[in-house]
Design a protein around this ligand. Structure first.
Ligand SMILES: [Zn+2]
Length: 584
């Protein structure tokens, strides 16, 4: 691999395409903005500049070119990142000598897939072909979904891998072959094979469906250096473009469900490989979509694990809608029998998560012996949803729980506050500490040399046009001691649009304003729900400015330079401060 090749790869890549696979980018001026994938934030401070093929986060300071982005987000070494990007643009790179003798695991997986694919088309694959056609998965779809067949032999795959020169260690590491007492044998036997690829299309695992009714109906590749079940979604690599385009995802349980949906024109569908969804899977979906339709079998959708997964989706920022299928029918069967139009109808009748949750607890709420537990479960779940997101359903929730609306809001807030407090205590910190900046934020502050509260004041004005119009310069300026922030606030209060300002700063390469904004937003995000950052920050800055004035007058008085009015003002401040919560 030489540097000309690396330049060639970079030339053929657009950083927007690569980064766009991981975060949702919004255009702003010449650049794009997103929530940072490297640190947790609620207001975006991560920017990509396509003209310079460069990314930078003003919140955590990470930045660089497309290669450093891939290294960072995939946890890859430099050569591995290059290899991945080279594959993406179709450049074959010369691997160095040490690599040439060694099979890398991806190559082993691709070789295994080739064997499974060939085996489906071979004479021995007839039973599998019959099964697929009987399941209405016609021949023309097999290559599109790379469906294969693992014959019911103990060493069919291993013999062929061995013949190709693949060492047993690599085959075992990939989870393809198992080391038993009598030697090596194949993991997948007598199973239809579904290859599982990650978001950028690397083959990482297989799912196998038994057709003879032997063993578990479905088995997957076990956890391996390549495969982490909780971090991938079946068909995401082909669904992501449609997800982005339509702004929505359809989440199903099974391989066949996902394939059927794709065939029927719902290319935005992915399968979760089980109902116990993980936070990582939820985040994967939210990278590409805003709404997620959950379409599980009726029997499993109401189960605790499934519900928990739906709230993870909600917590990742998705709007969650639950599709209610008739009992005993999975999405594959429904589409095969009823067709696309009926499925669209189902989608349009889907229920928002809170309403779905109410519906499945309807019976329990009416049963005196179950009611208390159901109410607690519902309140706890709802308290994880922000009040604005919950607002459209408040009256329905209130009437189902038989509480007045205003009381419901308080119950939810209390539930939420108790939960955070309990979690904080578990983590060994007092609930109060969450309003203070944490250590890493303090570091940012030091390197920026900006007062976090002043930055927060700027961020609050930035995010709220109402406040910008409502407050006058002479009210705000005395609260700010940093001249640079004063300039920024002046621009805002004088009516410059945030879009224009942001564009100008990005184009000029002036980092200070956006860094300050990121710091301010991060500071505001530390507040617990129900506490107004504006009231707290303005209150504290006001107090600070009053104390500052007092010190000024006090030293004047000591020097004998204070006049009558100034001494009067000083006395007034002193009594004000005494009456206040804090002592000077
Ligand atoms: Zn960041």
């Amino acid at each position: 691999m030489d540097k000309f090749q690396i330049e060639e790869i970079k030339k053929r890549l657009d950083i927007l395409d690569i980064v766009g696979d991981y975060v949702q980018l919004k255009k702003v001026g010449k650049g794009y903005r997103a929530l940072c994938p490297f640190h947790s934030e609620k207001t975006p401070s991560f920017y990509v500049m396509p003209d310079r093929q460069f990314f930078h986060c003003f919140g955590c300071g990470k930045g660089g070119d497309v290669i450093s982005f891939v290294m960072e987000i995939e946890g890859l070494s430099f050569p591995d990142a290059i290899e991945l990007l080279a594959n993406r643009v179709g450049i074959k790179i010369d691997s160095n000598e040490t690599r040439r003798n060694e099979w890398n695991l991806s190559e082993v997986m691709e070789k295994a897939l080739k064997i499974y694919r060939d085996s489906l088309e071979s004479a021995g694959g007839e039973v599998a072909r019959k099964y697929l056609i009987q399941r209405r998965l016609l021949e023309k779809w097999w290559s599109r979904f790379e469906i294969g067949w693992a014959p019911p032999s103990w060493d069919y795959l291993w013999r062929l891998l061995n013949k190709a020169g693949i060492p047993s260690k690599a085959a075992i590491e990939c989870g393809l072959v198992i080391e038993g007492q009598r030697g090596l044998y194949d993991r997948f036997r007598g199973r239809i094979i579904f290859p599982i690829r990650d978001v950028i299309g690397r083959l990482i695992g297989f799912g196998g469906r038994s057709i003879a009714g032997e063993g578990a109906k479905y088995i997957n590749t076990p956890e391996s250096p390549l495969f982490h079940k909780g971090r991938c979604l079946y068909l995401l690599n082909v669904a992501k473009d449609a997800m982005r385009e339509k702004g929505r995802a359809i989440l199903v349980e099974g391989y066949m469900d996902a394939i059927r949906l794709h065939i029927s024109g719902f290319g935005e569908s992915v399968a979760s490989l089980g109902t116990a969804l993980t936070e990582e899977q939820a985040n994967l979906i939210s990278r590409f979509a805003d709404v997620c339709y959950v379409c599980y079998d009726a029997d499993t959708a109401g189960q605790e694990a499934a519900i928990r997964g739906m709230y993870l989706l909600q917590a990742s920022g998705l709007q969650v809608k639950v599709v209610v299928l008739p009992h005993g029918v999975d999405p594959d069967e429904f589409l095969s029998k009823e067709g696309e139009r009926a499925f669209k109808e189902l989608l349009s009748q889907s229920l928002h998560l809170p309403l779905y949750h109410l519906k499945i607890r309807e019976k329990a709420l009416k049963d005196l012996s179950l009611r208390k537990k159901a109410v607690e479960e519902l309140l706890e779940s709802f308290s994880g949803i922000s009040l604005p997101d919950l607002a459209p359903f408040m009256s329905q929730i209130a009437s189902a729980l038989e509480v007045p609306r205003y009381a419901l809001e308080n119950m939810l807030l209390n539930f939420g506050a108790n939960k955070t407090r309990a979690e904080d205590e578990k983590k060994g910190k007092s609930a109060k500490s969450s309003v203070y900046i944490n250590e890493s934020k303090k570091q940012d502050e030091k390197s920026l040399a900006v007062d976090a509260k002043e930055a927060a004041l700027f961020a609050l004005l930035w995010n709220d046009p109402e406040k910008r119009h409502h407050f006058r310069e002479e009210e705000i300026y005395p609260l700010i001691s940093d001249e640079r922030i004063k300039t920024l606030v002046a621009a805002l209060i004088n009516g410059e649009s945030t879009e224009e300002l942001e564009k100008r700063w990005l184009n000029s390469g002036d980092l200070f304003p956006l860094q300050t904004l990121a710091l301010g937003n991060a500071f505001c995000e530390q507040f617990e729900e129900g506490i107004s950052p504006w009231d707290v920050i303005v209150g504290e800055l006001r107090l600070r400015s009053i104390k500052f004035r007092y010190d000024e007058l006090y030293s004047k008085m000591l020097k004998g330079e204070a006049n009558y009015d100034e001494i009067k003002e000083m006395r007034k401040i002193a009594s004000l401060l005494k009456g206040g919560k804090e002592d000077r």
